[in-house]
Write a protein that binds this ligand. Structure first.
Ligand code: FAD
Length: 487
């Protein structure tokens, strides 16, 4: 392959890379060349973008061939290849299998991969469309699975799984702790525990899978994953096991201690932890898990959903001055630029290095990948430093869990708030859960579940730090229109 040159080169095919390329295309002169190097022919793009508040946004995601997503962008060229290394002194990336792409400015958007605590044929992680297909295939014959992790992926999985018994090992004292406190966890628990449910009725038909094959076969190239999945992935695919129904046991306050083969289990003096009789038991399971509280369960499959590690090693190899944050992400400054001048990073692969605004924190989420990609593009195109985008002023996350709309704002889980912080609550079982965190007469965070219609007002109260002490008691009173009050 002949050497290529792009004024702007973006590596990745996830939401960060695509939003960066699309934004750049609209900002730079028509004769400026933009090259997207993506290991997969399928890329992800945001569509039906909707402003939910001043910063909060929601959007759908489509997964399509890169060539069709960029068809209306004449200055974008797609190179379907895996980047093997960065040669910073020559300002180029070298491609696997040969070939070089030179750049003036580079944006790294290679995402992250699931953290794997144990390697075993019976441990799977869910990341992209390919891993979902593998999971579906393996699940077909499974009667019991163990899920380890307490974030969004584990939560969606427990909710979406049918015809399989589930042991859910969570390290906190309540479920879904990444997003919810114990109160909200309790609100969702009855929905999760249902012996069977038809989640198709509430499916949010948003993530659209195509049947095109990836450019690089993930089976042949396991170290490169496709783009990460996003909201509602579990409601759009059938994830069904071989049991008669589903039963869920949540084991709180534990981590995975060990994975034991059937032979080692047989040879040990250990006993499996008894489960209620509605759980199907087998003479011998594919694998056994030992939890940190000493409990032992047999299962057919283990799903590890304990977080992600940024795909940064490829970039740091041979570039010792490229700064890496303690979580393994490429550290970026307020211009989304890494420690190498002219090299930017966005999305799951990066870690923000600036002091965050009081109500913002980085989380490796789809919304932030889109916002960072677009903002990185503006920084790359600008001749002078950009002022940090308003999206970094307040944390916002609009998603859905268990078929209910969920909006998280600011320090929604009380992150970093002091002892003087207290919560205002409004709960209607199964329909609505509203929690507003107040400190010093100001709102600092909120969890809104259901059709609360409060998002815009609460986002403004957090952003403006309005003094609410005089109306705090009535803030969540449904008979008072607080929107009018603050107009
Ligand atoms: P990715 O989407 O991971 O894309 C990285 C891209 O880089 C891929 O296309 C990959 O093929 C490419 N690449 C990697 N290495 C190379 C290389 N060497 N050369 C060329 N290309 C390369 N977020 C939410 O906000 N809400 C949710 O409900 C939600 N649910 C999720 C459920 C699941 C199962 C998962 C796995 C994630 C979920 N997320 C969710 C997280 C969200 O999907 C990610 O934060 C987001 O997609 C990250 O986007 P990205 O563009 O940074 O990285």
């Amino acid at each position: 392959m002949e050497d290529l040159f792009g004024d702007f080169v973006i590596v990745g095919g996830g939401i960060a890379a695509v939003s960066c390329a699309q934004e750049l295309s609209s900002l730079v002169p028509a004769n400026a060349s933009i090259i997207v190097v993506s290991a997969h022919a399928l890329v992800k793009a945001a569509s039906n973008w909707r402003q939910v508040g001043r910063v909060a946004e929601s959007f759908d995601v489509t997964e399509q061939k890169a060539t069709s997503i960029f068809a209306d962008y004449p200055n974008i060229t797609v190179v379907p290849a895996k980047v093997a290394s960065l040669d910073y002194s020559s300002k180029c990336v070298r491609l696997d299998g040969g070939g070089v792409v030179r750049f003036k400015k580079l944006c790294i958007a290679t995402g992250a991969r699931p953290k794997m605590q144990f390697e075993s044929d019976f441990v799977l992680a869910i990341r992209d469309t390919e891993t979902v297909k593998t999971f579906q295939r393996r699940l077909k014959d499974a009667k019991r699975i163990v899920i380890v992790g307490n974030g969004g992926i584990a939560t969606e999985l427990v909710y979406g799984l049918r015809n399989v018994d589930i042991i859910w090992a969570v390290k906190h004292s309540s479920i879904s702790a990444t997003f919810f406190d114990a109160g909200a966890g309790q609100f969702f628990l009855p929905e999760l525990m249902q012996p069977s449910h038809d989640n198709e009725a509430t499916a949010m038909k948003r993530l659209k899978y195509t049947t095109d094959s990836p450019a690089v076969d993930t089976a042949a190239s396991p170290s490169i994953t496709g783009s990460a999945l996003g909201p509602d992935w579990s409601t759009n695919v059938e994830i069904k096991g071989a049991a008669m129904g589903r039963h869920v046991r949540v084991v709180y306050g534990v981590e995975l201690d060990a994975i034991v083969s059937p032979a080692d289990f047989r040879g040990s003096q250990s006993r499996i932890t008894p489960l209620p009789t509605e759980f199907e038991e087998k003479q011998e399971w594919n694998v056994y898990v030992k939890l940190s509280n000493g409990e032992i369960y047999g299962c057919d499959l283990i799903v590890s959903a304990i977080g992600v590690d940024p795909n940064s090693e490829l970039w740091t190899d041979g570039n010792p001055t490229l700064k890496v944050a303690s979580d393994g992400g490429l550290e970026v400054n307020e211009q989304m630029e890494t420690s190498l001048s002219g090299v930017y990073a966005a999305g799951d692969v990066c870690t923000t290095g600036w002091s965050p605004a009081p109500h913002w924190m980085q989380m490796r989420l789809w919304t932030q990948a889109r916002q960072m990609g677009a903002y990185a593009a503006r920084c790359m195109a600008a001749s002078n430093p950009m002022q940090l985008d308003i999206c970094f002023e307040i944390f916002t996350h609009v998603t859905s869990f268990f078929g209910l709309k969920v909006i998280l704002l600011g320090k929604y889980n009380g992150q970093g708030l002091g002892a003087g912080c207290h919560a205002l609550l409004r709960v209607q079982n199964g329909e609505e859960y509203v929690k507003v965190l107040v400190e010093d007469g100001r709102v600092h965070g909120a969890v809104l579940v259901g059709e609360t219609d409060l998002e815009e007002t609460l986002e403004n109260l957090i952003l403006n730090q309005t003094d609410i002490s005089h109306i705090e008691d009535g803030l969540l009173d449904p008979s008072i229109d607080i929107e009018d009050y603050f107009d």
